[in-house]
Design a protein around this ligand. Structure first.
Ligand code: UD1
Length: 345
């Protein structure tokens, strides 16, 4: 019995692998290492180099290990790049995983957990956002994830796939072993910490004229380990309690697809300025900032209603913003030389 974690050498994939191992599960991390790091894969997990779009490689892996579930996290994640290169994102985040779904069908593996995103909602009409809110992505990154969610829903209906799509809000923080090191780095908290560490002269605040109390964008930051716990719950539910809504809909011949999406956030939003203030308290340093134009495609406010996952027993434990930032800061100071990203601001 093993779980295949695609993107297992990435930031969230390595933390999910850690959580699975602690839960006593065998972990096979599949990663093409285009953005992941072999040393991020926790000891105890097996790293297999390969791509989710490589059918032959997948057949080898499914034959080699007794895989009974897949957590699919391998994806490109840069919203701005996705706008410049849409087909790159649709190909990598939507088309290639279809090969993985077909391999799962061939090898009779039925349980699939997808890393999805709040970007599927686009510009929400209201917050907090529930899973029933309209999905209207405003960039190819969000579209690519939503298209894969749709493919999963059809595969569930016609092939008996059991899946959950976990729509992350803003993953942040670190465990003792695993933290964020994207190259190039584009995420707020690591950039703030690089500035605090003197690796960047200033942090650019992308717009302070949004319709929010201090004018900067509000996001729902969720600790990466809490995200990981939700994956364990999602897997357990697929095994023990396959989605009743979809089975009922299928049996009744209902044309609509039942949604199996779960939002993952703390339900509390923090502005860019609040994040900077919290980081200054954590690091004990003044963080130099400069005002920059709005970043295209940034909604003013994204805050999750995660009631569905809470009802499934999920209890986020690291909800305090300073605690989240402090965990990232600790990790950065311990792993700084390996964790440098390109400096551009
Ligand atoms: C985005 C996606 C999210 C996706 C994630 C993938 C949207 C709306 N959100 O999160 O779905 O899963 O990327 O990695 O598409 N900021 C600054 N200065 C900086 C960097 C960021 O002011 O130097 C601001 C941004 O404008 C934003 C906030 O900080 O308001 C958070 O930005 P970031 O960390 O990049 O995450 P999102 O864009 O929210």
């Amino acid at each position: 019995m093993a779980i295949l974690v695609t993107g297992g050498a990435g930031y969230i994939g390595s933390v999910v692998s850690e959580a699975l191992l602690e839960d006593g599960q065998e972990v096979i991390a599949l990663d093409n290492l285009s953005h992941g790091y072999p040393d991020a894969v926790p000891a105890g997990a097996r790293l297999e180099r390969g791509d989710v779009g490589d059918a032959g490689r997948l057949d080898e892996i499914f034959r080699q290990y007794a895989i009974d579930g897949v957590i699919h996290m391998a994806a490109f994640i840069e919203v701005g790049e996705s706008v410049r290169e849409p087909t790159k994102y649709l190909e990598n985040n939507f088309a290639r995983p279809l090969t993985l779904l077909e391999a799962m069908r061939r090898h009779k593996v039925r349980d699939f957990v997808l890393s999805s995103t709040a970007a599927v909602y686009g510009l929400p009409d209201a917050t907090p956002i529930a899973e029933s809110a309209p999905t209207r992505p405003i960039n190819p990154y969000g579209s690519s994830k939503l298209m894969l969610e749709t493919a999963l829903a059809w595969q569930a209906r016609s092939q008996g796939l059991r899946y959950a799509a976990l729509r992350y809000f803003n993953a942040a923080g670190a465990t003792a072993a695993s933290g964020e090191r994207h190259v190039p780095e584009s995420h707020l908290i690591p950039l703030v910490l690089e500035t605090a560490a003197g690796e960047r002269p200033q942090l650019a605040i992308f717009g302070d004229d949004y319709d929010t109390p201090d004018g900067t964008c509000i996001r729902d930051y969720i600790h990466v380990r809490d995200l990981a716990e939700a994956h364990l719950i999602a897997l357990r539910r697929l095994r023990d309690a396959p989605d009743a809504a979809e089975s009922t809909a299928r049996e009744a011949g209902a044309p609509q697809l039942a949604t199996r999406a779960y939002n993952l956030g703390n339900g509390r939003g923090f502005s860019v300025r609040e994040v900077i203030d919290a980081a200054e308290r954590v690091c004990g340093k003044k963080i130099p900032v400069r005002l920059a134009p709005r970043r295209p495609g940034d909604p003013a406010r994204l805050v999750a209603a995660s009631d569905k996952m809470l009802a499934a027993g999920w209890r986020p434990r690291h909800t305090d913003l300073e605690e989240i930032i402090a965990s990232a800061w600790r990790w950065k100071r311990q792993h700084a030389p390996a964790a440098k990203s390109q400096v551009s601001s």
